[in-house]
Structure formats: C-alpha cells, structure tokens
Design a binder for this molecule. Structure first.
Ligand code: 4HQ
Length: 233
C-alpha cells in the first residue's frame, strides 16, 4: 500500500483527479491512499499567512519554512508504521531533477511519499535543506504552483502499482522502459477518409505484426527522439 500525502494551499484542486479512472481504482483496491493537507492549518500566524517578503528585497512572496516543516512532521507522526527508508519528502520546483519514468518507478516502490506544492516565487531555501529528500521538476517551464506537477507524479506512480492496471498496459509501459516510443495503433474502421489500416495488422500473422511494431517503434524514436536511444531515462 502506497500512501501519498499532499501539502498545498489549494486542497480542492485534488478532489477531481483522485475520484476518477486509474487513481480511483487504485484507491478502491486499497493499493494506494491519497491524503491532502491544507498548509494553512499549520500556520501559527493569526492571519494564517503562509508566505512573507523575500530577504534582500525583490518582487513577490516566499513561502515560509515553519508551516511546511510542521505539516511534514505532523504527517510523519501519523505514518509511524512506515519504514523511514521507504518514506520520501518531495519538493516540486523548476530547480529539481527532471522527472523521468525511472524516478516514477523508484517512487512506486515506496511506502509513503509526501509532496510539498509551492506557490508564489518559491519556498524558503531551508525547506530544501531541512525538510525535503528529493527536489523534482516536471520539465523546463514555469507553472503557477506545484499542484499540477504533484498530480503528474500521483498519476504516473499509481499506474505502476502492481494490480492497478491490467497486464496489457504494463506491457505498454515496458516499451517506454526500453527507451522506445510506442508504435502506431489503429482501431475500426479499416478505412477512414481514405487512410487504410496497415495490411500487416489485419493479416493475423503475429510474428509479422510484432516485427512491424518493433520497426515502427525504432523508426519513430530515431526520427522524433534520437536522444532516447541508448539512454537510461
Ligand atoms: N513550479 N516542475 C513555481 C514549477 C514546477 C515545475 C512549482 C512553479 C513551484 C513555486 N514544479 N512554484 N516546472 O514550475 O515542478
């Protein structure tokens, strides 16, 4: 059972994704649990402020370390049965290591992941130094907060849990683990606006189909993502 805990100032953002599709199934099958914590519940400030002005000046606000530190410690105290080796606190930020399938696979072997979603100009550096174990970015672009990146991690990790998706899908993700892009897929009808389904897929010759799919995977990877070949992402 993987326990995922989220710390955010917008807990409502998470209600939709956890109640549909694969994540809902994972929860129903007791393969994972997702809990969302409101950062404002951990402020000691009378106005429930979670941010403050940056030392050294400049525009925007910085998220303070105290509420985040207290929230993480509260969650850890609730998860006493978790083996520390299998508990990771993740900070989402553009400065983190770029997320790849390999990291999702690693995270899917954990017992508890605690995800800190930042907002504003960023979080106090002491969160990175004292509170988080891993700093992760979902890509080289700037978002308004860590909530969508957290959803990316939740989605990508839960589908890897044993028993969440069928064998069929686990084979599909294997093809990405071989550092290859997926081959083209077709379903009915056989002809659409003049474009035919490749003959080999209708042939029923499974050896030939497998060969065709491997070729197409290699071809599209060479063309679109040559950087993936021979890399261990
Ligand atoms: N942000 N990958 C700024 C990101 C981001 C990303 C999250 C924006 C943190 C403070 N997070 N906040 N890219 O752009 O993870």
């Amino acid at each position: 059972m993987l326990k995922i805990d989220i710390i955010t100032i917008f807990p409502q953002l998470f209600t939709n994704i956890t109640d549909f599709g694969v994540i809902k199934e994972g929860k129903a099958k007791k393969l994972c649990e997702v809990n969302v914590y409101n950062l404002r519940d951990f402020t000691i400030d009378k106005h429930k402020k979670v941010d403050d002005r940056p030392y050294g000046g400049g525009t925007g606000m910085v998220m303070a370390v105290q509420p985040i530190d207290d929230a993480v410690n509260f969650i850890k105290s609730k998860n006493k049965t978790v083996n520390k080796e299998f508990q990771k606190v993740i900070l989402l930020s553009p400065q983190g290591e770029t997320l790849k399938q390999k990291k999702l696979k690693f995270l899917s072997t954990m017992e508890n992941i605690i995800i800190i979603c930042g907002r504003y100009e960023g979080v106090d550096e002491r969160v990175r130094l004292l509170v988080s174990d891993l700093e992760i970015s979902i890509g080289d672009y700037i978002l308004t907060g860590g909530e969508i990146p957290a959803m990316v991690i939740i989605d990508g990790v839960i589908r890897l849990l044993e028993g969440v998706v069928g064998k069929e899908q686990s084979i599909i993700h294997e093809s990405f683990e071989n550092n290859l892009l997926d081959f083209p897929q077709y379903t009915r009808p056989e002809i659409y606006k003049g474009i035919r389904v490749p003959e080999v897929l209708i042939s029923g010759n499974h050896k030939e189909i497998e060969k065709w799919r491997k070729e197409k995977s290699l071809e599209s990877t060479r063309e679109k993502r040559p950087d993936l070949i021979d890399k261990n992402y």
